[in-house]
Write a protein that binds this ligand. Sequence first.
Ligand code: GNR
Ligand code: NI
Length: 167
Amino acid sequence: MSILNILYFPDPRLRTKAKPVEIFDDALRTLIDDMLETMYAAPGVGLAATQVDVHKRLLVADASEDQDAAHVFINPRIVARDGVCVHDEGCLSFPGIYEEVERAGQVTVEAQDGKGKPFTLEVSGLLAVCVQHEIDHLDGKLFVDYISELKRGRIRKKMLKQQRQVS
Ligand code: GNR
Ligand code: NI
């Protein structure tokens, strides 16, 4: 297994729209394992393939306290939404940045597992927030797109400064 490199905002590759996964082979399962390892090491509650510069529609998530409830969603689609919830969100592509975002409180997701088998899962709480955040990544959308342009500009500046200091 290996830890993958995470792209940081404002890297333009984070704006790529991911394409459906069509082939469920060992290479896909290796990618899933590497994404899980990368998410746990970060640590994060979710990771979209877009963030590791793979532009395919898959994400991993684990919103459990003990990091023992891994979820893998391939070609995920939200088929129902219910309620609203405002959560302070972070993103592995924006270290140190947190902003409140309003999303659905509960969502029903249709997806495929690592072998291509379809399943439907109803999620709520942090896992629901996370799944919506990750599916946005697959569409090239970022949590800062929900806040004002002024704030987004400030975050962009802060991120660029941070990246100049480390590289
Ligand atoms: O680790 C993460 N935590 C988090 C907290 C609140 C709302 C969303 C998230 S997702 C984030 C990991 C990440 O960047 N996934 O794309
Ligand atoms: Ni994110």
